[in-house]
Ligand binder design. Structure first.
Ligand code: ZN
Ligand code: MN
Length: 476
């Protein structure tokens, strides 16, 4: 069947910035504290209290806008978004409407295996509201979160499916984590996502959109958005007019449900915040933003694959956490063999880190030692069996790989004279296997190599051992 419809998804992502204090006052931005202990007259909206912009927050905000290729505002100011809700003591939210700090950006990233350009409509800084806790007949209010810094990123409706959106969010999450501006924890609400969804007959442009809220886990994004797209297609099929409204994802029922009719910008009576002066970034500020910029993870994955011929699996693993990719690149700079470094990082190193609950960057294993380790393997001075034991020691002992190798007598036997003696012993001890091979069945060859490894206490170079056995038994 020919698909007659086209779907459009735009995202509104809110990230909680990792600032120590709130965005317009000096209160601690800390979660899990006793309710209503991190509050002051400013974030409580007391008469006469004046907000002041948090420098760290605005710097992080510009950094994100820069990373998303936005044009950066030379002057940006704040607006009041007016609405009443008990968790917002001022009855308005300080946000940005008329002059967001970043606009017209884009990310060109692989989605579903192909490069897609997702437009970034704007990036703006605002404050979060407090928290309402409903218990039986009572509702409690905790204002510790009121006034903490939120950065909102609005994309263009350039995604088509729930899968697209899910991939975009995962990549976006990696970006803000690598920039060090957000921990990206969706379960704890550090990264929240709402989506605008519309469906229309192909070629007719955007349809009437609904806003889907409550996409608190990346697992639900795909489900919720695909549900909403299917729902809208069905309505169009029936000839029913789609209502512009806000819908809530009900994860228990697996459906989106109407929440309220969609409010318009006019409803909020936005007007410029009179208590805060406009912000104009100077050259020093912009330079600081520039120095905080990092290579974006998806670009880094591409580069590492091209430069070192690493597999997709390895680049994905290395570029997931910025600490890992920094460790990898530092090791390579210290002379590590890139492919050996990549494969051991994703396997044994990771296993030990998980077991010890430690990041490789905080362990005894330095990039320099790791580089040495990969070279011992690459040059055949140790085999991978010994490597597994050595990597453990590199975490537990404060010693260089060469030192460990010598102390333990782990140097691989590469001297062919010495190996030949070991092979002779094995051949005389295994007449049955030898006979089988001489009768043309080469299956026991691996067994004989294993026996050489055993008598050498794991130190033989298995490739060389195999060669010598073949030579002695006159097989090629
Ligand atoms: Zn405060
Ligand atoms: Mn917002």
């Amino acid at each position: 069947m020919v698909e007659v419809y086209q779907s459009f998804i735009g995202l509104e992502i809110h990230i909680r910035l990792l600032t120590g204090t709130k965005v317009f006052c000096g209160c601690k931005a800390r979660f899990g504290d006793e309710p209503n202990t991190n509050i002051c007259p400013v974030c409580m909206g007391y008469p006469g209290a004046l907000p002041a912009l948090n420098e760290e927050a605005i710097e992080m905000a510009y950094l994100v806008a820069r990373a998303l290729n936005c044009s950066l505002a030379e002057t940006t100011f704040f607006d009041r978004k007016n609405y009443f809700y008990p968790d917002m003591p001022k009855n308005y939210q300080i946000s940005q409407f008329h002059s967001p700090l970043g606009a017209d950006g884009y990310l060109e990233l692989p989605i579903g295996g192909i490069k897609k350009r997702i437009g970034i409509h704007d990036v703006h800084l605002e404050e979060d509201a407090g928290k309402m806790i409903h218990q039986g007949a009572c509702s409690y209010l905790d204002y510790n979160r009121a006034g903490t810094s939120l950065l909102e990123i609005v994309t263009d409706p350039d995604m088509e499916t729930g899968e697209d959106a899910e991939e975009f969010i995962q990549e976006f999450r990696r970006i803000v984590r690598h920039l060090g501006v957000c921990d990206g924890n969706m379960e704890e609400g550090s990264l929240k996502c709402d989506a605008n969804v519309s469906v229309n007959v192909k070629g007719k442009g955007l349809g009437i959109k609904t806003e889907v809220k409550n996409l608190n886990s990346s697992r639900y994004v795909k489900k919720a958005l695909n549900y909403e797209i299917t729902r809208q297609k069905r309505l169009l099929d029936e000839g029913t007019v789609i209502v512009q409204e806000t819908r809530l994802w009900n994860m228990e029922a697996g459906v989106t449900e109407p929440m309220r009719s969609k409010e318009n910008a006019q409803d909020y009576r936005y007007f410029p915040e009179p208590d805060l002066p406009p912000f104009r970034p100077d050259a020093v500020f912009l330079e600081r933003v520039e120095t905080r910029l990092v290579e974006l993870p998806y670009l880094r994955r591409e580069r590492l694959a091209a430069e070192y011929g690493l597999s997709e699996e390895h680049t994905a693993f290395i570029c997931e956490e910025i600490e890992t990719v920094r460790f990898f690149e530092d090791s390579v700079e210290q002379g590590a063999d890139p492919r050996t470094a990549a494969s051991w990082l994703g396997a044994d190193v990771q296993k030990i880190c998980n077991r010890e609950e430690i990041a490789v960057s905080d362990s005894r294993l330095t990039p320099k030692r790791y580089a040495e380790f990969t070279l011992l393997l690459k040059e055949g001075k140790i085999n991978s069996k010994i490597g597994k034991q050595m990597i453990e020691l590199l975490f537990s002992e404060d010693k260089d790989p060469e030192t460990i190798m010598r102390e333990r007598g782990w140097e691989q036997i590469q001297d062919s004279g010495e190996l030949e003696k070991l092979v002779d012993t094995v051949i005389s001890e295994q007449p049955a296997a030898v006979e089988q091979i001489q009768n043309g069945d080469f299956k026991p060859l691996g067994f004989l190599v294993g026996q050489v490894m055993k008598v050498s206490l794991g130190k033989a170079d298995p490739r060389l051992a195999r060669e010598i056995i073949q030579k002695k038994l006159n097989i090629n």
